[in-house]
Design a protein around this ligand. Structure first.
Ligand code: PMP
Length: 303
């Protein structure tokens, strides 16, 4: 199981993780009325007593926007300063993942977002690789990615993850590692918790923000790094068949980082992945503070 960081932020206090518990009647547990974030950090390999957080500002902005969809006013600045204190209290010793969550914390029934208490909590886990860095096998899900007219897909809202969970379990129980979801128009949208990229004839193609994707922060970083490396990036609707004959396919996400796809259904993808490799090496070097080309992406927390 996961190794949890010792201290959690819960009900406006920093307390031991084990003591941070909720009632079984908590509203969000019943209706998925929550929204969460997920960001990575590492102890600075070059400087003791310093923790590096990747794109903290963007993660806090996205969570603040997600909170807005829940009728909860929580500023990005408030989230950011609480996360900084959370890191100082925990003094993590190895690579970790922070999970901030906003949720309807009232006890009681009736789905709604008005006239109901909300709250904000944070916990963390130690986290190395989430998916195999050597590559994963994927299947197309029989479940379709939700549409933005059904729920706010630009928020990372808890209830949306029933579809991700159905798709992931369907994939794993049928012998694959991951699921690729198509949207209601039948175009490629994303994986269960990652965005997707394909390389065709040297161009990097990824479904645009209008394809019912979560606007991933890793996706945004990958697009910027590719453009800086002189790779043409095209954001456009992507067909299922294009993935099957792509030169390279990879998934991007905070937990998954850049994970190559080695197989989709019964189609094997080439093992030579120069663009995936280049982008992965670059992103890793930046997150580990070995490459200083994007200092604005690295937030330093002093312990
Ligand atoms: N799509 C979904 C559904 C996700 O849960 C995630 C993970 N947050 C992503 C894409 C990738 O987003 P990010 O790069 O910001 O982690």
């Amino acid at each position: 199981m996961y190794q949890f960081l010792d201290i959690a932020y819960f009900q406006n206090q920093f307390i031991p993780f084990q003591s941070a518990t909720l009632s079984i009647a908590t509203h969000a547990l019943h209706y998925g009325t929550s929204a969460f974030g997920g960001l990575r950090g590492i102890p600075d390999p070059h400087q003791r007593n310093q923790i590096l957080l990747f794109r903290l500002d963007r993660h806090c902005q996205r969570l603040s926007q997600s909170a807005k969809f829940l009728n909860y006013d929580l500023s990005a600045e408030a989230i950011q300063s609480t996360i900084e204190t959370f890191v100082q209290k925990n003094r993590p010793q190895s690579s970790f993942y922070i999970r901030p969550l906003v949720y309807t914390s009232d006890l009681g029934i009736a789905p709604r977002l008005h006239n109901i208490e909300k709250n904000f909590l944070i916990y963390g886990i130690e986290l190395g690789d989430y998916l195999s860095p050597d590559g994963v096998s994927c299947r197309f899900s029989s479940w379709c990615r939700q549409e933005d007219r059904s729920l706010p897909l630009r928020g990372k809202v808890g209830g949306a993850y029933i579809t991700s969970s159905l798709a992931k379990t369907e994939a794993v129980e049928s012998g694959f590692d991951e699921a690729i979801l198509l949207n209601a128009q039948g175009k490629v949208s994303e994986a269960s918790g990652m965005n997707i990229f394909a390389v065709r004839r040297g161009c990097l193609i990824t479904p645009g923000a209008d394809q019912d994707i979560l606007e991933g922060i890793t996706r945004d970083s990958v697009i910027q790094l590719a453009k800086e490396a002189g790779i043409e990036v095209i954001e456009r609707p992507l067909d299922k068949s294009e993935l099957l004959i792509a030169d390279e396919v990879f998934l991007s996400g905070t937990a998954a980082k850049i994970t190559p796809v080695k197989q989709i259904e019964n189609y094997a993808l080439p093992l030579d992945r120069p663009i995936t490799q280049l982008l992965r090496d670059k992103l890793t070097a930046i997150t580990e503070n070995r490459d200083h080309s994007h200092p604005e992406w690295i937030f330093k927390v002093q312990l």
